[in-house]
Ligand binder design. Sequence first.
Ligand SMILES: [Zn+2]
Length: 406
Amino acid sequence: MIKIRTNLINPISPDEVQLFKDYVLGYDDGIIKLIRPYDPERDKDSEPALDSVIIPGLVDLHTHLSQYRARASYQPSLLPWLYEHIFPAEARSKDPDYARATSAAFFKALFAAGTTTAVIYTAPFKQACEIALDTALQLGARVLIGMTMMDANSPDYLIQKTAQALDDSFDLFERYNAKDSRIGYIFSPRFALSCSADLMKQTADFAHRHDAYIQSHLSENEDEVAQVKEIFGKPTYTQVYEDFGLLGPKTILGHAIHLSETEMDILAHTNTAIAHCPESNFFLKSGEFPFAALLDMSLRIGLASDVAAGNSLSMLQQAKFASYRQSSLSLTPQRLFWHLTLGAAKALGWQDRIGSLQIGKEADLCQIKLKAPHEVNEQLLSALIYLNEEFPISRTIIHGNTVFQS
Ligand SMILES: [Zn+2]
């Protein structure tokens, strides 16, 4: 068993964290086996790391691997940004060498940020998605990955034929979904604007038959919302997804900013999970996430980088942005931490496997270097979020395997 003598911060609920000073955390076979106060007799064999704190591996609930090299492409509005920067950037992944290099760079950066679980879109090319899945398998990442599907209102160089988009996605699901306990396939219709009714309906039917995950974008931008309502002739954007059967407990929708009460009710009664992407919402001037209203409806919410509309893969940085993005709601450090860890694990239905430091859970860990041991106090969690640039990630562990070490 590997034993580390260190300090721990562990989420219990949205309002409560545990702070353990000078503890020993042990893991074996990928599973946490030991958490107890350091004992000089029994823990002589532990690795000393009192200049660090270990938190659960961070969860990024929505990010775009194939956009990784297009970060910081300035254009502060969703639809022009997609056409000017992102669609051409995604097209480059048609080249397998480019897709391979981008996948390698993305996972390296993801692990260096302390993220152990990520929900990922790739480009609308089957081979680029295969490369991302193979890279994740090889590196030991914990991921849901999907090929972005788009068969309508899209540039010629990206648009897929409906049958091909479906066949490719079904084949990827069948080949990869159960290949490894840490890898899953997620059906990824980009958003209603770039998908036909047929594509969305058939995707939903297949996913429900196979108990599979689905991800998409919802109500990010007001121009987008207006166009969706016009194309589909529905009263709301959420109603489009509801009518095609895309909503449910294994669906994760990014953004969900411009929502009516009726739409929030639909999301609540279908138990759909939400990925809040605060830096992206600042970058593209998309609007303010209705955090208070969605919490009132007990929706499952996780935070997300939304690279490349978000520029940083650091989830601690995203927590800071989530706090700043709210104009009046105060989000405590405990709550922000919850949405990066156990709360995000709940959004995936994986709360029994990951998300907190608990004996029997998988050893997904993020070790952070402290400047001085006296920092281990009630203020530490707040400092990790608001001063995250000053706290380097020193090691990232997934299922007991070290995937990053500085
Ligand atoms: Zn996105």
